[in-house]
Design a protein around this ligand. Structure first.
Ligand code: C2E
Ligand code: MG
Ligand code: MG
Length: 603
């Protein structure tokens, strides 16, 4: 059977006369092979379109059920796929013609003006336009398909390339790692160490800080290697690496340039004392026995320390100086550390002695608190006192906190001393309150280290409980440095303390470079203007302006403000004129023993 290629025409026309006329014209058309169906209402017409293939629809717009453009819209809504659509209308209205074509009709014929030739031409053109449109759509679809396929292909190209690049990068990383790290211990090797030291030097140069290079040589390693074998020797070297890593902080480097030598590079942010502390830590760590495959090994070390910029300003000089110092340590009997500079050795020696004495002092009860009044400068009334630590050695004048607190902090001794200070200060205040000064308060200095001690808050709560002191009588002095550490834990703890009713003051305010806006994020109640600014009131323009600014801003943020180190009536007059009425300093009294303080109170 051959394909039926005749054009299938559907005529929707309610007027039988018009319908017959159209059919007649179609029959007369030469060379138009068609098959036509006539229906006289819209419903049948739509049903036909939905079920029978139709090439051309001739639609009369004026039907009993619907007239005008609405007829066209109804057909398109129900049978949107009619390929060719010619509308017939009784009206010769150009507006309607344009709208019909915009809605999807291919042509618009006016009844009575149509003859056979016009009808056939219209059908032919309409079909051609419709076919061209279809061909275009098909071509577009094909193109789109090809774009999709090509994109997928490209994505596959790219993926393979990516994989290759990653592989190469891994290989390069591996090579780089082998070039910079020691295979046995995983520590940086000599090359990377030199790099790290020169970076540390560059940083220290910019920030005017120091760098320490510690050269560590194991004592008698050769003997262990020779007597127990290389395998055990290697294992020991690995264990030493692990212990050394535990002695340093983030930002410090531990390297193994070769053999039984290790090097530490420490950027010194606070001072030379840090280098001695780390060296001692390393000696202690390596002094503990190592258990290697059933053998208990003892491997002490000798350490040499050089410092940038003191002992050298380039990597090589510093390494050489540290090596020389290490040889001194060996000469002095091994198991010790030596600075390259002799003066520092003396200082380190003194520190060591001082540290030992401090430990004994604590055990022997040689610490005592002195109290310095905090005064309302308007009327001279004492409202609080700051507890300040003193070390009273038998037969000697008391030594003030400034000279030993930093060592107590470095060695961790500050934790037990700090707890004692808190307990003693609370006990003393409670006694004074009970003796007729119920509103008196006390200020206690805290070291940042105490905040990292376990159960710190519980400890304070227990002391308050034990001594019977109300939390509202206690004022804790913290440093700007503590706040600048930006730790959530610290904020938490400060909130807890504040929640208990304890007041928090920032000590030495103005020296730590924190802004007042920054301070607002913490539950801080008061600022203590550092004495270096107060001292220069009226002497130095900047210091004077700074004092005014701190007072003004503290007042506007509803923080209390207290001036430290007040020594003259001129300072008092200025401070009061700016709105600061609390002060502390030699003008009123230095820190005095408890017996003397009660006399001040009663005066
Ligand atoms: P600080 O908390 O800023 O204490 C004020 C220091 O200034 C005290 O020195 C005090 O004697 C001194 N001072 C007071 N008024 C004047 C004055 O008018 N002129 C001058 N030139 N100095 C004045 P001190 O007692 O030597 O304490 C030094 C630092 O040691 C304290 O500074 C504080 O940071 C720390 N400190 C003292 N006791 C303790 C403590 O129990 N625990 C902790 N963690 N630190 C403490
Ligand atoms: Mg203080
Ligand atoms: Mg202070």
């Amino acid at each position: 059977m051959m394909n039926d290629t005749r054009i299938k025409i559907l005529l929707i026309e309610d007027n039988p006369g018009d319908a017959r006329l159209i059919e007649h014209m179609l029959a007369q058309a030469q060379g138009l092979a068609f098959e036509s169906t006539w229906v006289d209402n819209l419903a049948d017409g739509i049903a036909h379109l939905q079920t029978k293939p139709t090439d051309v629809l001739l639609l009369d717009l004026g039907l009993p059920e619907s007239t005008g453009l609405a007829t066209l819209q109804r057909v398109l809504a129900r049978a949107p796929t009619v390929p060719t659509l010619v509308v017939l209308s009784g009206l010769s209205d150009e507006n309607i013609a344009v709208q019909a074509v915009q809605s999807g009709a291919q042509d618009y014929l006016v009844k009575g003006q149509v003859d056979t030739a016009l009808l056939v031409r219209s059908i032919r053109y309409a079909m051609e336009r419709s076919q061209a449109k279809q061909a275009l759509r098909q071509a577009y679809d094909e193109l789109e398909q090809r774009v999709v396929e090509r994109t997928a292909e490209l994505a596959n190209t790219i993926q393979a390339l990516h994989a290759e690049i990653m592989e190469r990068k891994q290989a390069e990383d591996q090579i780089l790692y082998m070039a910079h790290y020691d295979a046995l211990t995983g520590l940086p090797n000599r090359e990377l160490l030199q790099d790290r030291i020169s970076q540390a030097i560059a940083y220290a140069h910019r920030n005017r800080t120091q760098v320490a290079v510690l050269f560590i040589d194991l004592d008698h390693f050769k003997h262990i290697n020779d007597s127990l074998g290389h395998k055990i020797g290697d294992r020991l070297l690995q264990m030493v690496a692990v212990r050394l890593r535990e002695c340093v902080r983030e930002g410090d480097s531990v390297a193994r340039p070769g053999g039984d030598e290790y090097v530490l590079c420490l950027p010194l942010l606070t001072g030379v004392g840090d280098a001695a502390v780390v060296a001692q830590k390393a000696l202690d760590a390596l002094g503990q026995a190592f258990l290697v495959e059933g053998n208990e090994l003892h491997a002490s070390a000798s350490i040499g320390i050089s410092l940038y910029p003191n002992d050298g300003t380039d990597v090589e000089t510093l390494m050489r100086a540290a090596d020389t110092a290490m040889n001194h340590a060996k000469e002095r009997g091994r198991g010790n550390y030596q600075f390259f500079t002799q003066v520092l050795n003396k200082a380190a020696q003194q520190r060591l002695v001082l540290e030992k004495k401090l430990r004994q002092a604590f055990a022997n009860d040689e610490f005592v608190l002195h109290y310095q009044p905090q005064v309302n400068m308007a009327n001279g009334a004492i409202f609080s006192s700051e507890a300040l630590l003193r070390w009273r050695q038998p037969g000697k004048a008391p030594i003030s906190g400034g000279s030993f607190i930093s060592i107590a902090e470095e060695t961790g001794l500050i934790l037990s001393i700090g707890e004692w200070v808190l307990r003693e200060a609370c006990r003393q205040l409670k006694q004074w309150q009970d003796a007729g000064h119920p509103d008196l308060r006390i200020a206690v200095n805290l070291s940042p280290r105490q905040f990292y001690q376990p159960h710190f808050i519980d400890m304070i709560a227990a002391i308050l409980d034990e001594t019977g002191l109300a939390a509202t009588g206690l004022d804790l002095e913290i440093t700007e440095g503590l706040l600048l550490q930006r730790s959530d834990d610290i904020v938490d703890m400060l909130n807890q303390l504040s929640g208990m009713g304890i007041q928090l003051s920032v000590d030495d305010f103005g020296t730590g470079y924190s802004s007042l806006a920054y301070l607002q994020r913490f539950p801080v109640h008061a600022l203590k203007i550092d004495q270096s600014f107060v001292r220069n009131i009226g002497r130095d323009r900047n210091a004077t302006a700074l004092v005014s600014a701190i007072i003004a801003m503290a007042n506007s943020l509803h923080m209390k403000v207290l001036a430290e180190g007040v020594e003259t009536s001129l300072q008092i007059a200025f401070l009061r004129s700016r709105g600061c009425s609390s002060g502390q300093g030699f003008y009123y009294s230095e820190a005095v023993p408890a017996e003397a303080f009660i006399r001040l109170l009663n005066k």
